[in-house]
Write a protein that binds this ligand. Structure first.
Ligand SMILES: Cc1cc2nc3c(=O)[nH]c(=O)nc-3n(C[C@H](O)[C@H](O)[C@H](O)COP(=O)(O)O)c2cc1C
Length: 348
């Protein structure tokens, strides 16, 4: 067992979190991760649906996940602002969380955590605390981490630039960000961006974090039946250098190359497609292209959002094995290092 401040805060066995991957559903995946002793996260249908419809879909997803596990799970609420006010979709997502919990005691028992992302988390702090929910917030800089702590969040997910999906405008990579954040705040911190196995978890703990949070590794899993199998295969097939940042980190394919304005983008992680046209195309077609890959399996003509770690993921694994194996492997590495250190000290 690897007990940390985070596992104690949430009441789970292993310090391993599956992060949100909206607009796609992650209901079955979230339940599988929670059943395996980690913390699964339910994802929203994205930033574009009308508020009422978005709230309804999120509530259905929450209820489906609660029906599959009695263990704690999380829900993502993206913080989208209209000026200084939260926009109606974010409010509808918050309502879906609160209503689902008050309508059903099983949901209330399981849904223990809300993970906010996007804008500053202050607007949700009081409603989440009043509902007895644990509030985690995702950040991409030490400044944001300090601000989130000052606003009263219970834990921080520190996402390095290599993360999949909407990565940050200012590129601070995991290896630099996480120790900066763990030095700057006192609440539990999770490392996110580039995690894949027990070595990543051990490294997270060495950097002062209390656990690890991952998106991409969980796409290539057997229990992840919410998505078309071709999506997981695209992650497995990706090699080092196949990811590119175009309004978010994606795998290179026909769609992305067209956006980048040339037939192939050769440089690894090149920031491509910053042109107005590419920006507009992503805004207009981004979510439908995401769905084309995830729902229909068109991984060349749609968008395959994934982290840089996709280039290092070569197999489809079982969630039920991945989560406890990561914790075992990390514990073994850490105790092995401690033993080696003690032996060296004795030798003088
Ligand atoms: C397909 C995909 C969709 C994502 N959608 C969301 C989302 O809806 N909300 C969010 O906060 N983060 C989202 N992310 C980011 C992940 O939650 C997580 O921070 C990221 O995947 C971590 O990096 P990793 O992929 O290297 O593990 C998404 C990532 C991926 C790969």
């Amino acid at each position: 067992m690897l007990t940390t401040r985070f596992t104690e805060l949430v009441g789970i066995a292993h310090p391993v979190v599956q992060e949100p991957m909206g607009p796609h559903a992650t209901d079955q995946l979230a339940a599988a991760v929670s059943e395996a002793g980690g913390l699964g996260t339910v994802s929203t249908p994205g930033r574009t649906p009308p508020a009422q419809a978005g709230g309804r879909v999120l509530r259905e997803r929450i209820e489906r996940t609660a029906a599959l596990t009695d263990r704690p799970f999380a829900v993502n609420v993206p913080l989208i602002f209209a000026g200084r006010e939260l926009n109606p979709l974010s409010i509808a997502y918050l309502r879906a969380v609160l209503d689902a919990r008050s309508a059903d005691s099983r949901v209330e028992r399981g849904l223990k955590v809300v993970t906010t992302s996007g804008g500053p988390p202050g607007a949700l702090r009081d409603p989440l605390r009043d509902a007895g929910l644990i509030h985690m917030h995702k950040i991409g800089s030490t400044r944001q981490a300090k601000k989130a702590e000052a606003l009263g969040v219970d834990a921080i997910i520190a996402c390095g630039y290599e993360m999949g999906g909407h990565t940050h405008d200012i590129p601070v990579h995991t290896f630099v960000l996480v120790p900066n954040v763990t030095e700057a705040v006192t609440v539990p911190v999770l490392l996110s961006g580039g995690g894949r196995d027990g070595r990543s978890l051990a490294a997270a703990l060495c950097m002062g974090a209390d656990g690890i949070a991952m998106g991409t590794r969980f796409i290539a899993t057997e229990e992840h039946t919410d998505w078309h199998p071709a999506y997981a295969q695209a992650v497995v097939a990706a090699s080092e250098g196949d990811d590119v940042v175009v309004n978010g980190r994606l795998l290179r394919n026909r769609f992305v190359d067209r956006l980048a304005g040339r037939p192939t983008v050769r440089t690894a992680t090149k920031v491509a497609g910053r042109s107005r046209w590419a920006q507009r195309t992503m805004e207009r077609y981004g979510e439908s292209a995401l769905r084309r890959a995830q729902r229909d399996g068109d991984v060349d003509g749609g968008i395959v959002a994934a982290g840089q770690v996709a280039g290092a993921i070569n197999d489809i694994v079982k969630v039920a094995e991945l989560v406890p194996t990561m914790a075992d492997e990390a514990a073994r590495i850490l105790s092995g290092l401690a033993d080696a250190h003690a032996r060296a000290a004795v030798r003088g």
